[in-house]
Ligand binder design. Structure first.
Ligand code: BJW
Length: 225
């Protein structure tokens, strides 16, 4: 049974040099994430969407986990199955920081999915040249990420963990995107205490029992120690 569920967002990776989505520098080549992270954008402008993800996948090679990722890995070493990290991030910095119990509810940059047969493959290079699916060969690959209007991954597992949790901690997320933004209320309804660790008050900060504001690289190690 999972005692602590930690939800992370772009803010946990910000100090590693991965840009967030909705802060001052949150635009990519002038596009809002809401304009490029949709099935409609991929249908109408696949080259633009591929460029967005190919650039972010390539940038992963130049970034490293920061003290917040490493603190969560230390907590997992102490708590084992009692800790679950649910991340909205598609980078792999939690895993590279040492965490193993990580759910990527919005998918992973280093994976691709066939638009026809749904086969999933690990992917480290560019997808922009539209390689064929290695399984069905009939179609092309897309980034294995969850766009607006699509169903996030592993929701059954996540809601079950939230039901069981004694403590829910939200780190580095603006609370602008559902269903993740609703997890705090779900966890609280199940009896969990709730804590927000974020640079600024999130959109849902008033739903938390406690909120601490500052940089994740300081707040998370302080909370874990
Ligand atoms: C720091 C820091 C530092 C900075 N230290 N902190 C209910 C109401 C209204 C709308 C909806 C609703 N339910 C569903 C919707 C529709 C939609 C939605 O939410 N729209 C909103 C715009 C309102 N949701 C969906 O379509 C989702 N699917 C869905 O709902 O399916 C049906 C369903 C229904 C009911 C139950 C279950 C399912 C899918 C959403 C997919 C989102 N995809 C993206 C792209 C993924 C791939 C990619 O990365 O490109 O996910 S969009 C983007 O936003 C990405 C992120 O994971 C996500 C959240 O962003 P995040 O992480 O919060 O980043 P920021 O930038 O917003 O915030 C960073 C925060 O960090 C800030 O607060 C900073 O202050 C802080 N920070 N530096 C600590 N150093």
């Amino acid at each position: 049974m999972t005692r602590i569920v930690v939800l992370t967002g772009a803010g946990v990776s910000a100090e590693s040099g991965v840009p967030t989505f909705r802060d001052a520098d949150g635009l990519w080549e002038g596009h809002r994430v809401e304009d490029v992270a949709t099935p409609e954008a991929f249908a109408h402008q696949p080259a633009v969407v591929h460029r967005f993800y190919d650039a972010r996948r390539a940038a992963l090679a130049g970034v490293d986990p920061n003290p917040a990722h490493r603190a969560l890995a230390r907590l997992e070493q102490a708590l084992r199955d009692d800790l679950l990290v649910v991340t909205q991030n598609i980078d792999d910095l939690h895993e590279r920081g040492g965490s193993t119990r990580v759910v990527h509810m919005h998918g992973r940059l280093r994976a691709a999915r066939c638009v026809s047969c749904d086969a999933r493959v690990e992917w480290h290079g560019d997808l922009g040249h539209e390689p064929p699916c290695p399984v069905c060969r009939a179609s092309a690959l897309r980034p294995d990420v969850v766009w607006f209007g699509e169903m996030p991954y592993d929701l059954d597992l996540i809601f079950e963990a939230l039901d069981d949790a004694d403590l829910f901690v939200s780190i580095g997320t603006s609370g602008a995107v559902y269903p993740a933004a609703g997890f705090v209320r779900h966890a609280a309804a199940g009896g969990a205490r709730t804590l927000e660790l974020n640079l600024d008050p999130s959109a849902g900060t008033h739903h938390f029992d406690e909120a601490r504001h500052g940089a994740a690289s300081s707040l998370v190690p302080e909370w874990v120690s």
